[in-house]
Design a protein. Structure first.
Length: 90
């Protein structure tokens, strides 16, 4: 019963925050970025995302696909070139 209420609360919060429609991987990547970036105050390196506990088992193509989707939604911004990019929360 408590678990169902938590899931319902989470879905309501995601809707309120404009995060409805994100995939599980998108949520993992976004959550990792929040934790790594100290709540958005620091840029995130790709290697930090690859090694974070929430995303270390995400295949690299899925990680890039998720980052691209998060950038299209305006939640994440890429700074720099392909080889030296960092990512920030918007």
């Amino acid at each position: 019963m408590i678990f169902a209420e938590l899931i319902n609360c989470l879905q309501t919060m995601e809707t309120d925050m404009g995060l409805k429609g994100l995939t599980h991987t998108d949520r993992q990547v976004l959550s990792s970025m929040v934790l790594i970036s100290k709540d958005g105050t620091h840029p995130v390196l790709l290697n930090e995302l690859k090694s974070h506990p929430l995303t270390k088992n995400v295949p690299i193509p899925s990680l890039f696909r998720s980052l691209h989707g998060l950038m299209q939604r305006g939640l994440v911004q890429k700074i720099g070139t392909e080889r030296s990019a960092t990512y920030t929360l918007v």
